[in-house]
Design a binder for this molecule. Sequence first.
Ligand code: HEM
Length: 558
Amino acid sequence: LRRPRSPLADVPGPESDHWLKGTLVTFGNYGRIFQDGWDYNLQLQEKYGGVVKVHALLGVRDAHKQLYVSDPRALHYIVVKEQHIYTETDMFIMGNKLIFGDGLISTLGAQHKKQRKMLNPVFSLANMRDLLPVIQPIADSLASILLAQRRAGPREINVLPWMSRGALEYICQAALGYSFNALDPRRTNAYAEAIQKLAPSALRLIFIRPFVPLFLRTRFPLKAFQDLRGVVRAMDEASRRIFREKKARLAGVGQVKGAEAEEGEKDLGDRMRGRDIMSIMLNANMSSEESERLSDEELLGQMSTIIFAGFETTSTAISRILFILASRPDVQRKLRSEIRAAKRASGNHTEGTRWEDVGLGYDELMAVPYLDAVVRETLRVYPPTSLLARTCRQDTTLPLAHPPPARPELAAIPVPAGTNVIMSLLCANHNKAVWGADADEWRPGRWLTEKGERVPLSDVQEESESGERYPGVYASMMTFLGGGRACIGFKFAEMEIKQVLATLLSRMAFALPSQPGKTVRWKMNGLQVPVVEPPFGDGATAQVPLEVRRVAAGDFLD
Ligand code: HEM
């Protein structure tokens, strides 16, 4: 009556970290993977290779084994070639459905494909080009606010909440054509607050996430769930109201009955002139064939999905870049000098305008080589989302580009249906076999030619199956994933990060806190969480304190 041998038995991996002696239940490896797990995750790849067998949290011993994957060929199979077999986990889809409705991150199969078909063109380069000048004022306001704070108070500012407020305002204006005054802490708005709360309340639930759907439906008296229910209700009410207004505006009806602007909210319809993502989507939907059209519930579902997906990720990335620039004054000077040169040469630079006030056009912004290299390298080394989960839905075989060091004969792994897979974007981006021996190093020069020009990107999709490259949509790194569920907003994110950096660096300089011993440590809890250790901080609250001052002559290369 022995249990049949698991097909994953041959895959090397660590022992379960703790188990209650004499019971069948294990605590698995999740604690170390998801809690402050930077070193542990990288060591898993270093020691066991690109596919590692790990143990689930509170799983039944031997039965709950999962695969932790960073091998390029295996990831190509999971996200591209056999993406229909490796789908989002049931709990991810169910939880997202309850929070966001029928948006992209809550749907699977044909419905998801149909939504992507409608939405992919909405994020086209042409639309990004149109959008960029309209949202330049947000970056300008962010710069003015930081400088005003600096004048009024100490030199040190916790830049994280400001980058977060900026990113929220940015995505709300761009996606909805609405301002929620997120940059003004004195004004509150129910929708903006709900979105801001959603990230921490969802995060607090990371270990009990499988139960989210159950607790959202019931009135379970756990504070985190109660908060989440309130957040979902506020988001739903505001989305429905804005959606009605947008539809009415597009149909030429004007203001809808009962749709007065909420506290702290402004419809930017006249300034946006239909260039916001929601309007483009509604227009595209109206002009589509009947069979390809999305329902109102599906369109509605995209609103909070896009805002949530594009808010925390981008502000983490910008904060991380500012932190790196503060630690590397040489890089900061070089970058600022290039931005100044690009602004002076810009078509938007007119007689009498100061170079720092010039807003670069989309193509000009994308063509600044060192800015491009700094952004790419930061997103490679420090992906804001480091780990993603999938469930394998039918028995299959996963081929490997690089067999595990302990099992050189293992060219492919039989994966039984029901196996959960953790895709390690972090380890993929740090894989020495693909990125070279210095893969762990932050070196923007890897993206530049000897002459300092951008390295042209080859067609990575073609090469990816061989295992030489990753199937990522952005410069072959996995930060934005690849395949049919890759980040739909990666061009938007790149544009926003570059625009905010070009604006801030033109006007101010950033340095690490001058108090000896005070520094920021970035924890990797699945997402990146920057903390300040005692005695200066509590080691848990997310913050990025930096010294900020107005730019001076010595802040350039020449
Ligand atoms: C640095 C910033 C960003 C990072 C690192 C990032 C990363 C990702 C990743 C890894 C996924 C795949 C998630 C999964 O399959 O489980 C994803 C999906 C998605 N992202 Fe982003 N993202 C960023 C910014 C944005 C922005 C600015 C937007 C919107 C404007 C956006 C919208 C989305 C949406 C809607 C999806 C779901 C796509 C689908 O399932 O078809 N993201 N993102």
